[in-house]
Design a protein around this ligand. Structure first.
Ligand code: AMP
Ligand code: ZN
Length: 511
C-alpha cells in the first residue's frame, strides 16, 4: 500500500476530511445506479466517470474496494419526492413495451455506455426488483420501532422522529414548498411535509405493472428504500463511502440516512461523495428535458468516447461543468497530441512484451474485463528505473488523493513525459496512470488495436469513391453541418459501406 493520505470533501461535514475506512485497507463503496427508463445522458455519465476515478484512486493506492450499485427498475416517480408519474411506467408507455423489457433494454444500454467509457463495472450490481423481501423487512422494522406509519394504505417515514433529519443538506422544512410545481399535489396522508413513502399500495397508480404482496397490501416500494437495503445487503451496516450526483443530496440521500440510521440505531455512512452537474448553455442536462446527449450521439458526431472521458477528467468533480462542442474539440485536439507524443516513445518490441505482461494487458481482452486490472502499488515493472517510477507513482497518487484532483494528476502525466528518464520508464508510468485515468493510452504505447481488415480485397475504384465521401463528410463535420455528415453516412450505408469513426480517422468496410 502506498503511504498516501486520502482527503475527500465530505458532504456530511461540508469540508475536506481525511479518509479513514472502518476496516484497515478495505473500502465499502455504494453508488446510486441509473433509473433505467431511458438512455443515460452524458451528464449522468460524468457522475459515473468521476465515481470510477475515486474507486480506482483507492485501488491504485492499495485499498481493497468493494463497489455496489443498484439499478432502479421500480418505484422512482417523476419528482424525487413522491409525486408525479412512475418513470419506468412512462418509459414503457412511450415505447409500447413492458416495464421489464424497458428495464432490460436500458440496463444493457447503460452497461455498454459505461464500458465504452472504461468505467469499471461495479463488483455487485443489483436491481431493485431483486430485493423486494429486503425492502419489506426494513419497512417492518421501521414500523416496529415507531419511525414509520401507515396512512391511506401507504407506508410513510415519519421525519419528525429524527433530531437531525437535514444533516446532509441545508434544506429545512419551510423550504419544501409543496404545490409550487404544477405536477405536485399535497399528499394529505403525510403527517409532516418532509415525510416520504416507503411502500405504495394499489391506492396509487392503478395501472402499475409491477406489484408485490406485502403486509400492507399489493404494492411496490418507494425509491429511497432501495438504496438503504441494497447497500445493507451487500456491504453490511457500516458503509465507508456513498456516492451520487449533487441532485441526490436532497431528498434521496437525506432519506437514505433517515431510514438506515433509524433501522440500525447507529451512524451508517461516514463519507458522502457528490459529483456536480454537467450543464449545457441552457441549464442542467436532464433525461426528462429531452434532447440530451448520449455516448452514441457523440460517437455519431465522430467523437471517441475516450475524448469525453478526458474532457471530464480536466475539471474538478465538485465544480459544475459546462458542455460545448468547442470545448470538446479542444480536448479532442489535446488527446490526439498526447497520443501522438506517446507513439513517439522509443520502446522496443521486446520491452513492449514485457510491459504487456507486467500490466496484464492482453489484446484479446473483451471489453468487460479490459481495464479491470490494477497493479500492485509500489511494484516496479521490469525494465523501469525504480526510483523514478516509485517517485512519480507516488506523486500521481498524491494528486488524486487531494480530493480526486484529476487535472493535477494529468499534469503529473505530462511531467513524466518531460522528465529526464528513459522511454521505457515513461511508458511504464503512463500505463500505470492509465489504470486510473482509463483513457486507452495503452493503445498508443503498445499498439494494442482492434484487428481491422478495412478495405481489403475491394477494388480501387470503390475505394476512391468511399474515401472521397469520407473526406466530404469530414469537411461537413468540421463545419458543424451534422445533417450533411449524417446524410453521407446513410448514403454509404445504403450501398453496404459501413463507416466507423476512430481516433486515427474514419475507417470503412463493405458489409
Ligand atoms: P438517474 O438515472 O436519473 O437516477 O441519474 C443517475 C445519476 O446521474 C445520479 O447519480 C444523478 O445524480 C446523476 N445526474 C443526473 N443529472 C446529472 C447531470 N446533469 N450531471 C451530472 N450528473 C447527473
Ligand atoms: Zn440511491
Amino acid at each position: 500500500m502506498l503511504d498516501v493520505t486520502v482527503n475527500l470533501y465530505n458532504t456530511l461535514g461540508k469540508r475536506v476530511e481525511e479518509f479513514k475506512p472502518n476496516e484497515k485497507g478495505k473500502v465499502g463503496m455504494y453508488t446510486c445506479g441509473p433509473t433505467v427508463y431511458h438512455f443515460a445522458h452524458i451528464g449522468n455519465l460524468r457522475t459515473y466517470i468521476m465515481e470510477d476515478v475515486l474507486e480506482k484512486t483507492l485501488r491504485f493506492i492499495g485499498y481493497d474496494v468493494k463497489r455496489v450499485m443498484n439499478i432502479t427498475d421500480v418505484g422512482h416517480l417523476s419528482s424525487d419526492g413522491d409525486t408525479g408519474e412512475d418513470k419506468m411506467l412512462a418509459g414503457a408507455k412511450r415505447e409500447h413495451k413492458s416495464v421489464m423489457d424497458i428495464a432490460k433494454f436500458y440496463t444493457d444500454a447503460f452497461k455498454t455506455d459505461a464500458l465504452k467509457l472504461n468505467i469499471r463495472w461495479p463488483d455487485v450490481v443489483d436491481p431493485a426488483t431483486n430485493c423486494i423481501d429486503e425492502f419489506i423487512e426494513m419497512i417492518e422494522v421501521l414500523l416496529d420501532k415507531g419511525y414509520a406509519y401507515v396512512a391511506g394504505e401507504n407506508v410513510y417515514f415519519d421525519t419528525s422522529k429524527l433530531k437531525d433529519y437535514y444533516c446532509l443538506s441545508a434544506q429545512n422544512e419551510d423550504e419544501l414548498v409543496i404545490g409550487a410545481r404544477d405536477d405536485v399535489d399535497e399528499d394529505t396522508n403525510k403527517r409532516n411535509k418532509a415525510d416520504f413513502v416507503l411502500w405504495f399500495t394499489k391506492s396509487k397508480f392503478e395501472n402499475q405493472e409491477l406489484k408485490w404482496e406485502s403486509p400492507w397490501g399489493l404494492g411496490y416500494p418507494g425509491w429511497h428504500i432501495e438504496c438503504s437495503c441494497i447497500s445493507k445487503k451487500h456491504l453490511g451496516e457500516y458503509l465507508d463511502i456513498h456516492c451520487g450526483g449533487v441532485d441526490n443530496i436532497f431528498p434521496h440521500h437525506t432519506n437514505e440516512i433517515a431510514q438506515s440510521e433509524s433501522y440500525f440505531g447507529h451512524k451508517w455512512c461516514n463519507y458522502w461523495f457528490h459529483v456536480n452537474h454537467l450543464n449545457t448553455s441552457s441549464g442542467k442536462m436532464a433525461k426528462s428535458a429531452g434532447g440530451f446527449l448520449t455516448v452514441s450521439s457523440l460517437e455519431e458526431k465522430g467523437y471517441d468516447p475516450m475524448v469525453y472521458r478526458f474532457f471530464c477528467l480536466q475539471s474538478h468533480y465538485r465544480k459544475p461543468l459546462e458542455f460545448s462542442y468547442d470545448a470538446l474539440d479542444n480536448v479532442s485536439a489535446a488527446y490526439d497530441k498526447l497520443i501522438a507524443r506517446l507513439k513517439r516513445l522509443d520502446v522496443s518490441e521486446d520491452k513492449k512484451d514485457e510491459l504487456k505482461k507486467s500490466f496484464k494487458i492482453d489484446s484479446s481482452d473483451d471489453m468487460e474485463n479490459s481495464g479491470r486490472h490494477m497493479s500492485e502499488a509500489g511494484k516496479v515493472p521490469a525494465g523501469a528505473d525504480s526510483s523514478v517510477y516509485l517517485d512519480y507513482e507516488k506523486r500521481f497518487a498524491e494528486a488524486l488523493a487531494g480530493d480526486v484532483n484529476t487535472s493535477s494528476a494529468i499534469t503529473v502525466l505530462y511531467d513524466v513525459l518531460k522528465a529526464d528518464t528513459d522511454d521505457v520508464t515513461k511508458a511504464a508510468l503512463v500505463l500505470r496512470f492509465d489504470e486510473v485515468l482509463s483513457i486507452d493510452l495503452k493503445r498508443a504505447i503498445l499498439a494494442v488495436e482492434d484487428e481491422s481488415d478495412e478495405g481489403e480485397g475491394v477494388d480501387s475504384e470503390l475505394a476512391a469513391y468511399v474515401e472521397g465521401k469520407i473526406a466530404e463528410r469530414a469537411a461537413a463535420k468540421k463545419n458543424k453541418d451534422f445533417a450533411t455528415a449524417d446524410a453521407i453516412r446513410d448514403e454509404l450505408a445504403e450501398k453496404g459501406i459501413m463507416i466507423k469513426d476512430t481516433r486515427e480517422g474514419t475507417t470503412w468496410e463493405k458489409a
